[in-house]
Structures are given as structure tokens and as C-alpha cells.
Design a protein around this ligand. Structure first.
Ligand code: ADP
Length: 494
């Protein structure tokens, strides 16, 4: 089975969030199951630099205003295709925005190019390589199913995975011809979206299968409240929509060998965590003699992540016997507010504004509990890492957070199966109440240690998710033997 994965980020070459982690981990998880997955990414400087052992370069001719070629090779253990188009991708830094944080004005062309080349690889551009399935991730790959659909002729099967429905790739209708889409595509069954062009919408409308990264998020996005404008479309495609949880890379996130920790896990004991907690307190300048509980946050600072609620709850938090460390970046107002909180309460609140992978590992190894108060969360990776490191996740009961944490309710505690704490609704009051509840539980070491051990024993690897993806691909390929109208028009639906 050959699958071409198409995405705008891949760990460890280029990453702004969990999408990169997933795209980087899937090939390794699928290989033992007989799936040969190659990844197509834009040729950003960070990617081309790593793509040292180039096997080949295929000229693509002019592509949206400049010459392009397709490089194939290996980097970081991945089989990669990189779309080398300097006029589109030879820009340092963040893949989507300029140094002032503004979207690149040609993002439509940049990611249409990625999708178009994916479609061309899918129909035989590269000699000797023909994927059975082309699997696109998020809006940046959303036009791939459209190019295959309107291109006509034999095509591979297509899957679209939604990692975050909030990012949709909406562009003006006038770009239709520029993007080399036929006039017929400007329709409700095509790429049209509220009068413009919707990249993610196109992918969700025209892909053979849709997945998202947790079963609960799959339900949420098919509702009016959670659908962000696409709920109706997704309800109409409920028969091809499913949720497959993400896993985490167990070699990158391994407390027994993690070089970013002050002490590594050894055997069943939990003493190593005390050393990491002390190191973390020192790193953030927190009161060294404190015996207080330590909460942590590792997150983008955005509306989605709900960390404004934690800011609002800080006065009530500080009345508890607990301290806080936060590693985060994003919304400037939230960054400032957290910095100010750390200055106001030295010794109790430590803040690092920025992106620091190593520090994120130390936080997981050292905090007693990790707070994830997201308003919505497709899957969430930090709570999975927390489980593996014995940091108890305190999470909003939404999306993948609801699916991966077993709440310490009375029965779960009695049955000794709890792995964390959930709260709902996602409000400041519920969060503050839950943090107090966490402190109460932490003061009962037998219950708390049981939760830590349960979490550490939870399978957060890619094993099960990889099996689910293989099932999906196999179903699609089996359907090919009886292809009714996969090249025909897509019927209107809900
Ligand atoms: P999202 O992709 O929505 O940002 P996820 O929980 O799915 O959220 O994935 C976030 C990933 O990025 C995790 O691997 C997390 O450890 C990492 N991360 C987020 N913010 C930071 C930060 N400021 N520094 C280091 N790592 C971070």
C-alpha cells in the first residue's frame, strides 16, 4: 500500500503545532503495518537545508509565477517530496505569516501549488511512483481532492484529515482562474464557500473520506455550534467522517531517556519527578523551599486554548496552596498579562514566553498537574505527553481531551482507573473550582499516585491509531475493485 501524505508542516523539519507532530509520526507508525507513506511538503528553507540526500529532481515548469521542481529524498528518517518553488517558499520563519504576523498575501497560490502538485503526483507525475491513496491534512492541502476531481481521468483515493476546523483557508472568488480551477468548480458541490473559495471546504466536500483527530471532535464539528460554518456539510457526509485519535512519538517523549529532564524515570518509582520539580522551580525562580503543588501550562496562547480563563482565575488560584509555570506564546495581550502576573507574584508564578521544546519536556517531567482549559480541542497532544510523564492532566471536557483523560469522579477513583481531571462548562468559575479540586486530590497521595501510575500505563502511542488508518486505507482500496462513480459528480448533500 502506497500513501502520499500532503501537509504544510512536518516534525522535525518545520513545526508550528500538533499537525507537524502527527504528519512526522505517521510514516514510522504505518511502516510496520505495510504502508509505505511518503510526505509532500513545501520546500521552505528549513526543509531544503535538511534534504541533503536528494534522490532526484523532477522539473515542474512554471507554477503560479515561477519555475518549480519536485525534489525527492530522505530527511530525518522520512521519505520526502519537497516542492521547491523559491518564489513561493524561500521565506524564513513561520510558514504562514511574515515577520509582522500578517498572512503572506499569496497564501492561496502557495498552498494551491502544494495541492496541485500532490494531485499530479497522485496521477503519475513521478515515474515508478503511484500512490493508492493521497491523504491531505488541513486547509493547506484542501484543494488536492478538487484538482483530482476536476482533472478527470483515473485518480487515486483521497482522504482529508481535519486537525483544526478553525483554520479554513478562505480566499476571494476572483482567484478561481488563477488557481487553475474550472468555472464549474464555483459551486456548492465544489470549492465555493460563502461566496468565496474555501480550501478546507473543497477538501471536505470532494475527498472520499474525512477523518479528524478524535471521536468526540468528529461529533462536535458536525454540529451547528462546533461546525464553524461547515457543520451542515459535515452532517451531510457523516457516513464518510470518522475520528481517529493521535498518538505521540514514544521515542521523543520517553521519560526514561529524555535528555531534557534533570532526572530520568527509573523503574516504577516516582522519585525522579521530585528532582525535575526542583529543577523546574529553580529554572523559573520559584520559591525553592515551597512544598506547594505545582501546576503547568504548555500552549499556544489563543482564544482556542482558554488561557484567558486561567488569567481571570489567577486571584482564586493564588488563594490555593499552589504555584504555576507557563510556557507559551501567541496572543500579545495574553503574553503581557502572564508576564505581568509573574512580576506581581514572584516565587509563585513563573512564565516563559516563547517556544522552547526542551523546556516543554522539563515541565512535563516536573509539574504535578498540567492544565489544558481549551474551548475546543481537536485532539490535543500535551495531555498525552503529560499522561506518559506522570503529570496529571486537568482538562476541559471537549474534543480529544474528553476522549483521552479518565476523570477522577467517585466511581473512577474507587475503581482505581482515573487518569486525570475533567471540567465542564469551560468557564473561569468551573476552572477555578476544578483547580481547587485538584489540590484536594493531590493532598491524598494514594489517590494521586494511582492516577499518575494509571496515566503512565496508558497507551498513548501510535499503535492503535495506525491500525485505524490502515483499516481506512484498506477499505478505500477494496472499494476500488467495484468503483461505481468515483469520477462522477458529487451529489448535493446537507
Ligand atoms: P496545537 O497543535 O493546537 O497547538 P497540540 O496540543 O495538539 O496543540 O500540540 C501542541 C504541540 O506543541 C505539543 O507538542 C506541545 O508540547 C508543543 N508546544 C506548544 N506550545 C509550546 C511552546 N510554547 N514551547 C514548546 N512547545 C510547545
Amino acid at each position: 500500500m502506497r500513501v502520499l501524505s500532503v501537509a504544510s508542516e512536518v516534525f522535525p523539519l518545520i513545526k508550528t503545532g500538533g499537525l507537524a507532530d502527527v504528519v512526522g509520526a505517521l510514516p514510522g507508525a504505518l511502516a510496520p503495518l505495510g504502508v509505505e507513506m511518503r510526505v509532500l511538503v513545501p520546500g521552505y528553507p528549513a526543509v531544503l537545508e535538511k534534504l541533503k540526500r536528494r534522490a532526484s529532481a523532477t522539473p515542474l515548469g512554471p507554477l503560479f509565477g515561477g519555475e518549480a521542481r519536485l525534489l525527492a529524498g530522505k530527511a530525518a528518517g522520512l521519505d520526502l517530496f519537497a516542492l521547491d518553488a523559491p518564489h513561493l517558499f524561500a521565506r524564513p520563519g513561520n510558514p504562514y505569516v511574515d515577520q509582522h504576523g500578517h498572512d503572506w498575501p499569496d497564501n492561496a497560490e502557495r498552498f494551491a501549488a502544494l495541492s496541485l502538485v500532490a494531485a499530479r503526483i497522485g496521477t503519475g507525475l513521478v515515474g515508478g511512483y503511484r500512490p493508492d491513496v493521497v491523504h491531505g491534512h488541513d486547509w493547506q492541502a484542501g484543494l488536492m481532492p478538487a484538482y483530482l476531481h476536476y482533472g478527470g481521468g483515473a485518480r487515486p483515493h483521497t482522504v482529508m484529515t481535519v486537525h483544526n476546523l478553525a483554520f479554513q483557508g478562505r480566499f476571494p472568488a476572483e482567484l478561481l482562474a488563477t488557481l487553475m480551477l474550472p468555472a464549474a468548480a464555483m459551486a456548492i458541490d465544489g470549492v465555493e464557500y460563502y461566496g468565496g473559495i474555501g480550501f478546507l471546504k473543497a477538501g471536505l466536500r470532494l475527498a472520499d473520506r474525512i477523518t479528524t483527530v478524535s471521536p468526540t471532535y468528529a461529533e462536535e464539528i458536525a454540529t451547528v455550534e462546533g461546525g464553524m460554518g461547515l457543520g451542515g456539510l459535515l452532517r451531510g457526509r457523516a457516513d464518510v467522517l470518522s475520528g481517529i485519535l493521535n498518538g505521540i512519538d514514544e521515542t521523543v517523549w520517553d521519560p526514561a531517556s529524555d535528555p531534557s529532564l534533570a532526572a530520568n524515570r527509573a523503574g516504577r518509582g516516582l522519585a525522579w519527578r521530585r528532582q525535575n520539580k526542583a529543577a523546574l522551580r529553580a529554572r523559573f525562580g520559584l520559591d525553592a523551599r515551597s512544598k506547594r503543588m505545582l501546576f503547568g501550562v504548555i500552549s499556544r496562547l489563543s482564544e482556542q486554548k482558554g488561557l484567558d480563563l486561567l488569567l481571570a482565575a489567577l486571584p482564586r488560584f493564588l488563594a490555593l496552596d499552589a504555584d504555576l509555570v507557563l510556557v507559551g506564546a501567541g496572543d500579545a495581550a495574553q503574553e503581557d498579562a502572564y508576564r505581568a502576573a509573574a512580576e506581581r507574584t514572584p516565587g509563585r508564578v513563573g512564565v516563559f514566553i516563547g517556544y522552547d521544546e526542551k523546556l516543554a519536556h522539563l515541565v512535563q517531567g516536573g509539574v504535578d498537574a498540567l492544565i489544558v482549559p481549551s474551548r475546543f480541542e481537536p485532539c490535543g497532544l500535551t495531555q498525552l505527553c503529560a499522561l506518559r510523564y506522570g503529570a496529571v492532566p486537568v482538562v476541559a471536557r471537549v474534543g480529544g481531551l474528553a476522549d483521552t483523560v479518565i476523570d477522577a469522579n467517585e466511581m473512577a477513583v474507587a475503581a482505581r482507573v482515573a487518569t486525570g481531571i475533567q471540567f465542564s462548562p469551560v468557564t473561569e468559575a468551573a476552572l477555578a473550582h476544578t483547580l481547587a479540586r485538584a489540590v484536594t486530590l493531590w493532598r491524598q497521595p494514594r489517590i494521586w499516585r494511582r492516577m499518575q501510575r494509571n496515566g503512565m500505563a496508558t497507551d498513548v502511542s501510535w499503535r492503535r491509531p495506525a491500525e485505524r488508518y490502515v483499516e481506512l486505507y484498506e477499505e478505500l482500496v477494496a472499494a476500488q475493485r467495484d468503483p461505481p462513480s468515483i469520477h462522477g459528480p458529487v451529489s448535493a448533500a446537507g
